[in-house]
Design a protein around this ligand. Structure first.
Ligand SMILES: NC(=O)c1ccc[n+]([C@@H]2O[C@H](COP(=O)([O-])OP(=O)(O)OC[C@H]3O[C@@H](n4cnc5c(N)ncnc54)[C@H](OP(=O)(O)O)[C@@H]3O)[C@@H](O)[C@H]2O)c1
Length: 264
């Protein structure tokens, strides 16, 4: 009798945990965009577009008729993703371009080519990110998550800003995360050189930097026709959790990684 009760209790706890997890996942997963707007003639740049949210964004905007520039660091993955998007949407204005946000040299080269080739840029979607990686540095010596997620996009945006302004009603969209709410900016040690590295806090700091950058830039661009917004995309099952050690788990490492970044 006691054994049966233990069994029932255990099963009920497991059931409650999974039920609550599914409800939480649905809640944080966000809603569905109701817009059916077409974007023919608009040029859109999406960083980190070879997988995850960036690839889905490129796919949806290609479906709506945009000229899509998929900006990625791995050209093999980028060409494959661009081919897939062209195949699924029959939109041939989808291009793969090299951009490594962990290298200011690469960012400058990318921006130089874009400014040479694109007469207008209507939407810049700063989407790429790395989450909870080891204590890596960018090519220029910045802590990797701050370097890629914030500094890389900061430089890219500023290099393209004049063209965005000239293009009229253009948009800058910075993909942040709910994790920004527990983020803190350590202005004395942005680069994690004086304190012990905390990979979760470094991700949250980088995502808070996305929001602060957005708010300040939006203020500075008032009256120029360029709008700047940041967003939390909802929790989606992507490759973002690849450094969390739970990447192969059935219940998405990304979902758990993002939730743990906030709750831990
Ligand atoms: N998924 C979620 O639940 C969730 C929740 C909140 C916020 N977000 C945000 O959503 C955005 C997209 O994330 P995701 O979930 O789609 O992640 P993902 O599947 O891991 O995709 C991240 C993208 O960023 C690229 N990237 C990483 N380092 C780069 C670098 N140095 N230069 C250029 N590109 C680089 C990756 O390229 P490689 O494939 O070559 O590494 C990949 O294309 C991120 O800003 C993330 O913070 C996601």
């Amino acid at each position: 009798m006691v054994a049966i009760n233990k069994y029932v209790l255990g099963a009920s706890m497991v059931g409650t945990f999974f039920g609550a997890s599914v409800l939480l996942k649905d809640y944080v997963g966000g809603g569905v965009c109701p817009s059916k707007a077409k974007i023919e003639g608009k040029t859109v740049i999406v960083t980190g577009a070879n997988t995850g949210i960036g690839k889905e964004t490129a796919l949806e905007l290609a479906r709506r008729g945009g000229r899509i520039i998929m900006a990625c660091r791995d050209m093999g993955k980028c060409e494959n993703a661009a081919r897939e998007v062209r195949g699924k949407t029959l939109n041939h204005n989808v291009f793969a371009k090299h951009l490594d946000l962990a290298s200011t040299k690469s960012i400058k080269e990318f921006a130089k080519n874009i400014l040479k080739e694109e007469h207008h840029i209507d939407v810049l979607i700063n989407n790429a990110a790395v989450m909870r990686c080891p204590h890596w540095k960018t090519e220029d010596g910045f802590e990797m998550q701050f370097g890629v997620n914030h500094l890389g996009h900061f430089l890219l945006t500023n290099l393209l800003l004049d063209r965005l302004k000239e293009s009229g009603q253009s948009r800058i969209i910075n993909v942040s995360s709910l994790a920004h709410i527990v983020g803190e900016i350590d202005f004395q040690d942005l680069n994690w050189e004086k304190k012990k590295y905390d990979t979760k806090a470094a991700y949250c700091q980088s995502k808070l930097a996305n929001v602060l950058f957005t708010n300040e830039l939006a203020k500075r661009l008032q009256g120029t026709g360029v709008t700047v917004n940041s967003l939390h995309p909802g929790v989606a099952d992507t490759e973002l959790g690849r450094h969390t050690g739970m990447h192969q788990s059935a219940f998405s490492s990304t979902v758990l990684g993002e939730i743990y970044s906030i709750l831990e």
